[in-house]
Design a protein around this ligand. Structure first.
Ligand code: GLU
Length: 476
């Protein structure tokens, strides 16, 4: 097999989206599985939509995920450079001229107004809109005249008639399109900049791209690309069109959907772990052979098979996301988790009166249940609030007549403790059980509610230690 070369080719029109990241990830896994190269290329021809820093944001977020391209604008292979389309205009021009010379493309002088009006007429007549071929057969003189008059023109591909374009998609199997359904399409815009479908073919061919994994929205672009390969006599890459990512309501993820964080940087900002995100995203449209769900990057590279890419939409399952992230956080050392959480705590609370030990103990208390760094802020809120606010359920519970005695006994034992450690507090709980003759829920729940205000929380003795003797006694 020739060396596998795949590419991820975003437009720098925004930050790295979950969908884009997944495309990059599957291309990356495929490349690494077959010992190939993963290339990052920039489709920056839509100048108005490009955003400042778009390329860097894509690359930085990919790097955060652990996806570092073998070739990119920052790490070019001279054989294939440049990697930004706007720096490759000469290359496209050369190929567009070749098509013009061979009569496979022609100059079109129709104005946008004319084209719009024609489009509306066709739609009104219930037809699929398509270029009507007005400039298809202009004579050389007519073309020269219009050019001399300075009329702007696009270059259109002369789409062959009555042809079927077919290919074997790695994910969808056999796909075919009829050329008669495709109007002569623009390969170079009036401003001299190539369109996506034209540039992508030139790039994929000149960069020796062997396989292409991309979103299914590009499926209908593929016949346009295949006709170019045929005209130039080039071998097309092998395509795989990945299914959509949908939300839990099975609706296509739209950038406006607020139920899901859509940008990789948001996950980074909230303190998700990159290796966990890598793992989670690999399962978004791909499934391994067995039941295993937690994989290191190396395992994923080894296990990855394009044959197991999903044919149906992949649901972005938020529970799975938190589950996977929690699994990774649990595996991390306390030191790592403290480093992860601390900035969020610092931002949310005044830590100036807290010792390092206290902060470590606080985070340690939540180490096992945490799914992402910032989650700590909401969880530890009770340790920073002076006021104890009980909800109705807790208030109701506290009406039991055994409770005042339980609390009084516990308070007495705590008062006697000199060294306020978890072990000593635990011993006081035990002593209260014996003396007040209460156990289980009737022991733990009153103590928990009276000291922390909540009915469910982390280990009771640890919580009491973190609150400190003074505060706990006053609450009791
Ligand atoms: N810039 C295109 C996109 O982001 C690339 C499409 C392709 O991979 O061919 O969707």
């Amino acid at each position: 097999m020739e060396k596998v070369r795949v590419r991820y080719a975003p437009s720098p029109t925004g930050h790295l989206h979950i969908g884009g990241a997944r495309t990059a990830l599957f291309n990356y896994l495929f490349a690494k599985h077959y010992d190939g190269d993963f290339i990052f290329r920039l489709e920056d021809t839509d100048i108005e939509r490009n955003i400042e820093g778009g390329e860097a944001s894509q690359l930085d977020n990919l790097a955060w995920l652990g996806i570092v391209p073998d070739e990119s604008p920052l790490n070019p292979n001279p054989k294939y450079a440049p990697y930004r389309q706007m720096e490759r205009l000469d290359i496209y021009r050369k190929y567009a001229n070749e098509l013009l010379q061979r009569g496979l493309a022609y100059k079109c002088f129709c104005t946008p107004e004319e084209l719009d009006a024609e489009h509306e007429r066709q739609v009104a007549a219930g037809k699929a809109p398509m270029y009507n071929g007005k400039c298809r057969n202009l004579t050389a003189e007519e073309v020269a005249e219009k050019e001399a008059a300075g009329i702007p023109y696009t270059i259109r591909l002369r789409v062959p008639e009555n042809k079927t374009y077919e290919f074997e998609d790695m994910i969808r199997g056999h796909v075919s399109f009829e050329s008669n359904d495709i109007g002569d399409w623009v390969i170079v815009k009036a401003n001299g900049i190539p369109t996506y479908n034209f540039a992508v073919v030139i790039d994929d061919h000149t960069m020796d791209i062997t396989h292409v994994f991309r979103g299914e929205e590009h499926l209908s672009n593929t016949p346009k690309q295949l006709m170019l390969y045929e005209m130039f006599g080039w071998q097309p890459p092998i395509y795989g069109h990945m299914t959509l990512i949908v939300n839990e309501q099975r609706k296509k993820l739209s950038k406006r959907d607020e139920s899901i964080m859509q940008f990789v940087s948001q996950y980074k900002d909230e303190g998700y772990l990159p290796d966990a995100m890598f793992n989670f995203m690999a399962l978004l449209g791909w499934s391994p052979e067995g039941e295993q769900e937690i994989f290191t990057k190396e395992e994923l590279i080894k296990e990855f098979s394009e044959k197991r890419l999903s044919k149906s939409p992949s649901m972005f399952d938020k529970n799975k996301l938190t589950w996977v992230n929690n699994r990774y956080i649990k595996e991390r050392s306390l030191e790592d988790v403290v480093a992860l959480c601390r900035p969020y705590l610092e931002e949310a609370y005044d830590l100036s009166t807290k010792s390092e030990q206290w902060i470590n103990d606080l985070i340690a208390t939540y180490h096992d249940q945490l799914s992402y760094g910032k989650e700590i802020v909401g969880l530890v809120d009770l340790f920073f609030n002076d006021e104890l606010v009980l909800d109705d359920e807790a208030k109701e519970f506290m009406k039991d007549e055994s409770i005042p005695n339980t609390l009084a006994v516990f308070k007495k034992h705590l008062e006697a403790v000199e060294d306020f450690t978890k072990e000593n507090v635990q011993a006081c709980i035990k002593a209260t059980q014996k003396e007040a003759k209460v156990r289980g829920k009737m022991l733990y729940m009153p103590l928990r509610i009276a000291t922390t205000g909540i009915m469910h929380g982390p280990d009771l003795a640890s919580s009491i230690c973190l609150l400190g003797k003074e505060k706990v006694l006053s609450r009791l």
